[in-house]
Design a protein. Structure first.
Length: 111
């Protein structure tokens, strides 16, 4: 079963704002799939579980979820159609993902 997410990726260059970018796409992933490649041969997100109402994602330890602090737990719950921002903590570029869980492919979401 595939689960659909809308991803907005905003890259803010701290030293040269004219190079800022904004990308938007919609992807379908299965449970235990990783997505959104990191520049260091890794992935930012991994889908841990999902159903028709919400999804649980694991994210890279170099990121934080806006208005959410869980200590050393690096997972978050996404409720269907409610966006959540996940931001990188340091570096010359700040990367902010806005993730929205759109539901199960074929049931809640159709192209």
């Amino acid at each position: 079963m595939e689960y659909v997410f809308k991803i907005e990726k905003k890259v803010t260059h701290m030293e040269s704002p004219s190079r800022n970018t904004l990308e938007e796409n919609t992807i379908a992933v299965e449970i235990n799939d990783s997505f959104e490649e990191d520049g260091n041969d890794g992935h930012v997100f991994k889908l841990l579980s999902a159903n028709g109402k919400d999804a649980c994602l694991e994210y890279d330890r170099h990121y934080l979820v806006k208005n959410e602090h869980k200590g050393y737990e690096f997972n978050t719950d996404l409720i269907i159609n409610q966006p959540k921002q996940i931001t990188s903590m340091w570096g010359p570029k700040q990367i902010t993902y806005t993730l929205t869980y759109l539901g199960i492919y074929g049931e809640h979401f159709k192209e």
